[in-house]
Write a protein that binds this ligand. Sequence first.
Ligand SMILES: Cc1ncc(COP(=O)(O)O)c(C=O)c1O
Length: 477
Amino acid sequence: MTDLLKQAYDPENFRDQAHRLVDLIADHLEASASQSEKTVLPWLDPDVRLVKWQNDLTQDFDFEPFWKDTINETIHIHHPKYLGHQVCASLPLAGLGEMLNGTLNNGSAIYEMGPVSTVMERIVIEWLTTAMGFSKEASGVLTSGGSLGNLTALLAARQHQSGYDHWTVGKTDGFRPAILVSDESHYSVSRAVQIMGWGEKGVIRVPTDTDHKLDASRLEEVYKIAESQGLKVLVLVGNACSTSTGAYDPLDKMADFSQKKGLWFHVDGAHGGAAAITPKYRHLTKGIERADSVVIDFHKMLGISALTTAVVFKDGKRSYETFNQKASYLLNDQEREPWFNSAMRTMECTKNMMGVKVYSILRTYGPQIFIDYFTSCYDLGKEFATLIKDNPDFELPYEPDSNIVCYRYIGSGRDDIELDKLNADIRIKLIESGKFYVVQTQIGDKTYLRSALMNPFTTKADIEELIQEIRMYGLLR
Ligand SMILES: Cc1ncc(COP(=O)(O)O)c(C=O)c1O
């Protein structure tokens, strides 16, 4: 072993580095939460930042300045003025789970390579399915992100619904499968369909109503048109909730329709599916327990670090249909469909110890931690919407169901085209100032600012400050 390798593996060296790094992270979390750190996103042109770090690589190395600098240059998701995309302000303990994952490196897609994370994963899935209202027939897996989760579920749907062994045979001539999905669905759904080879025509958009929810009264008509065009509708996908506007589709009605037509009902609950485990917001997901499959991102509304996604099947057996594939060098016991080798059911061959991250939180704080995180953020969404409505120079385009709120500054005397540009410009100014992070979206043909309230530390005062800041930029233009 070389001296360099000896040094890199030295446990005392690791102990010292880990303690120092954890101190720096804890300082950062404290500074973010208390806002003694004023900046949310330390904006720098990407090319300028690239040169800075290229130069860094040529300098002498110093542990603490390096890590301090790295932390400082991150976007500070834990800052109360982070009001942007749907990534949670992860619970610090989940970060320690990540450290275990990174240092022990159990590639947990087969039991032998991840004994404890495998059983923890099963316990976590059983807890989740029960909390969501599924029967004990339900089961599932953890995987790396909602996008992969949607693909995993849709592959199982394809195998189950095709009427032949699609996995083995592939797509046959004249077989033109399709899914029905709202025009507000996340792009990972249509991407999954296109990965499966169903093409653009395989994604049939059902119009949404004025609240941006799938209009269930249009399902029959859209279904009939698709069938008359020779398409075979196999799957209906519901949003819980949609990405852009945070709207929940009418899942119960969609479950009725799926039952009537014999469709697979998949719910993309990557963001808000976990409402089902909360007493206060459960009503939003009424009918979710009738879905054949559901995806829930722990790294969005459940406080776990990315990526940690549950793919849940109402009938756990369906989970084995995703990949009807033999890999005898890994899996010797294929007849028994062993639950403990999740490689049978997930895309990953080498998989992070996701089970440990979720289980350790469940074990330390109990399920209430997930309910508290979710509910606090959704409550903040309501508060945000109320504050926008209280300010007549702002527009709230719809009443939000969730913690995803769209809004824009309207001031006075400007037309829609001017307002689109104005709000996009305001966002750039906000980001460049470093004081707030918000994103933008398109609703119809109009541009809106968009905030996902992901941080339980955010207060009414922070939101009021954001409104002031936006107004200031709006008035300056
Ligand atoms: C509704 C919905 N589905 C799927 C995804 C994709 O999830 P991930 O980013 O974990 O791949 C997102 C991400 O924002 C989402 O909002």
